[in-house]
Design a protein. Sequence first.
Length: 398
Amino acid sequence: MKNRLIVLITFIIISLSSSVIINPAFSSVLLQRVNFKVVGDIMVHDVQYRSAYDWQTGNYDFLPMFELIKENLDADVLVGNLETTLSGPKLGYSGYPRFNSPDNLAETLSKLGFDMLFTANNHSLDKGEFGLRRTIEIIEENNISHTGTFLSEEDREKPRIITAKGISFGFLNYTYGTNGLKAPKDKEYLVNYINLEKITEDIINLKPLVDMVVVGIHFGNEYWQSPSDEQRLVAYEIAKAGADIILGSHPHVLQPFEFIDIDGKKSFVVYSLGNFVSGQKQRFTDGGAILELVIEKSILDNRPKIVKIDYTPIWVRRYVNMGRLRMEVVPVKEEIPLNVLLSAAELKKAAEVENDVKAIWQPVIYDNSFNSILSIWANNFLPITDPKWWLPTLINFK
């Protein structure tokens, strides 16, 4: 405690001089910052796995589908909602209504840097218990964490925790249902269903172990661009239980985000992240966004805070190459030059997608930097001090 106080006082004094640039190595001791990104539904309709099939090798390769977007996925923590199963070729690959995708999808997601996949959704049991278990096994073989579906009761009780740059995140995931398919009565642990009493218990058990609790919740009405009253109620109860970040999925279109304030504690909720990749081609379903949260934790306040909310709009492009239909996820931010790639009609569609996203999501920046916080303190409480003579190893001067 004494050492932390000395470091804090030193930093306060240093911050008072406008001619000082804090050395990044020193600043990182005082401020931890994580780039946390989330994508929506990762689906594989039949048109997608056919697009990914290589007739020469007889193998599937989904990676080219994400070639243009992979740099936009770079993050300290990357999360997605896996809305398909990896049940193996013996059951036959299939799209809607009962999904089964090639294993290469998990390999591709691993190469793209995904750290956590939510697996509780209405398609979790599309291929029964066998498909659910095999999906988990393939995900784990590709070194990706998952939550929402489980191999055993012991597996379900195991905390899912990811730590990045000194900030720890605990993950939970639940779904409203599984399209009428049910797990065996003695194996209810297979899928997490929405049960507010159980969710509250899970959050209470997880919260002491992590800095932030992240809950993925599969709920809402398909193709609605606004959350239902039920969604708002469920999100409120999850926030009340102590969740810090609530990530909604299922509507296949974007829905707004907001902060839920309960007794001064703010929980971030996005009611629907829309589709990340799918075979759906109607407006609003063929485009979406990568959500970016910048999260900081300081020694002044050991509780992490979201200080920036941003996004990258995306569009799933369909095109013909060598006589075959191909698909790829395209970033459509203004600063990304697409005119060398897209036709005039496609550029018009990309602009439409970007405007559709902007109509629902807006970037937010909160000034939570040390310099701004400490300068307020300094202006009110501390004398002007010039530290140039006594800390040359920690700072650089203009």
